[in-house]
Design a protein around this ligand. Structure first.
Ligand SMILES: Nc1ncnc2c1ncn2[C@@H]1O[C@H](COP(=O)(O)OP(=O)(O)OP(=O)(O)O)[C@@H](O)[C@H]1O
Length: 140
């Protein structure tokens, strides 16, 4: 067990559907600390860095356009072993397959335009969390 920080992004569909509060409530009810919080309009440069392993994927242009459909909320969460626990809170990538009880299972759905929108991003390792926090919170 170690003290960790993780990055949560409430994606444009989650912000539009007014789930920022629901997501923060889940994090706080679980006992974790909100260390930083802000609204962000993601730039293409930030998205290319954040999704560095996806820039050559066929769906990358679709992913960028999704992430720029509106503002996102950036949240740094701190706590003991917080990275895997918050990652588990997000649920499976495709909201149609995510378990009920997870953020994507409870607040996500499949969309008629076929674009994959899945409400939330959470870091998947402590080193990824540090890398991602530098992209979205360079001032810290
Ligand atoms: N086939 C796809 N089509 C469209 N967008 C996709 C596809 N696969 C992934 N994405 C987008 O890229 C993001 C990152 O992909 P990844 O496979 O890392 O999913 P993830 O569930 O967010 O992963 P993790 O939570 O493990 O970081 C996804 O959350 C999703 O928004």
């Amino acid at each position: 067990m170690s003290e960790q920080r993780t990055l949560v992004l409430v994606k444009p569909d989650g912000v539009k559907a007014q789930h920022i509060g629901d997501i923060i409530a889940r994090i706080e009810h679980k006992g974790y600390k909100i260390e930083a919080l802000k609204m962000i309009n993601a730039t293409k440069e930030q998205l290319a860095k954040h999704y560095q392993d996806k820039v050559n994927a066929p769906f990358f242009p679709e992913l960028v356009s999704y992430m720029q459909e509106g503002p996102i909320a950036g949240i740094i969460v701190a706590g003991t072993n917080v990275v895997p626990i918050i990652h588990k809170m997000a649920g499976a990538t495709n909201p149609g397959e995510a378990d009920w009880g997870t953020v994507r299972g409870d607040f996500g759905r499949e969309w008629p335009d076929g674009n994959l929108r899945n409400v939330i991003h959470t870091s998947d390792s402590p080193s990824e969390a540090d890398r991602e926090i530098e992209i979205w919170f360079p001032e810290l």
